[in-house]
Design a protein around this ligand. Structure first.
Ligand code: K2U
Ligand code: ZN
Length: 179
């Protein structure tokens, strides 16, 4: 497993529409392992393959849910999720706001409105088809990550002024980190 560099705006690679995966094999599982290690290191709760420069329709996630009755201060129990070729097959008309952030747009946060509940279909780590409903943070995060697979960032849902300010802020942040 390896921790990979996370691309940041305005890298044009992040605007690519990612390609479906042909086969869930050991090579793809190695990529998903790298994605998960990179996400935990960031830290984040979701990551799309394009964020480490791999233009394929793959997402990893760990919402760090604590099991019922667990010690609130205990180290989060890991609950990794893997999504290959994910599709949204239904979305509620009801919308829900969430203060989003993004590992590719560091230190920028703003409210985005998205469908409150979605039904998703995907292949899991072993290539088995899964179909399930998501709500709350799970619904927000999967929609945020699926936007990445279509070259869309959460700042693309904001005004041009806010988007331009976000990109300027990240460019300054990256420049000062490199100095
Ligand atoms: O795509 C990414 O960069 C991963 C995001 C996932 C995410 C974005 C918006 C809302 C929920 C999840 C990162 O994990 S950003 C860090 C973060 C962590 C918890 C809640 C919100 C954002
Ligand atoms: Zn993101």
């Amino acid at each position: 497993m390896a921790i990979r560099d996370i691309l940041t705006v305005p890298n044009p690679i992040l605007k690519q529409v990612c390609k479906p995966v042909d086969k869930v094999d050991d090579a793809l599982r190695a990529l998903m392992d790298d994605m998960l290690e990179t996400m935990y290191d960031a830290p984040g709760i979701g990551l799309a393959a394009i964020q480490i420069g791999e233009p394929v329709r793959v997402i990893v996630m760990d919402l760090q849910e604590k099991p019922e009755g667990a010690d609130p201060d205990a180290e989060g129990v890991k609950h990794p999720r893997y999504f290959v070729n994910p599709e949204i097959v239904w979305a509620s008309e009801e919308l829900a706001p969430y203060e989003e952030g993004c590992l590719s747009v560091p230190e920028v946060y703003d409210e985005v409105l998205r469908p409150a509940r979605v039904r998703i279909r995907y292949l899991d780590y072993n290539g088995q088809q899964v179909e399930e409903e998501a709500d709350g943070l799970y619904a927000t995060c999967i929609q945020h990550e699926m936007d990445h697979l279509n070259g869309v960032l959460f700042i693309d849902h904001l005004s041009k002024l806010k988007r331009d300010r976000a990109v300027t802020k990240v460019k300054k942040l990256v420049r000062s980190a490199a100095a």
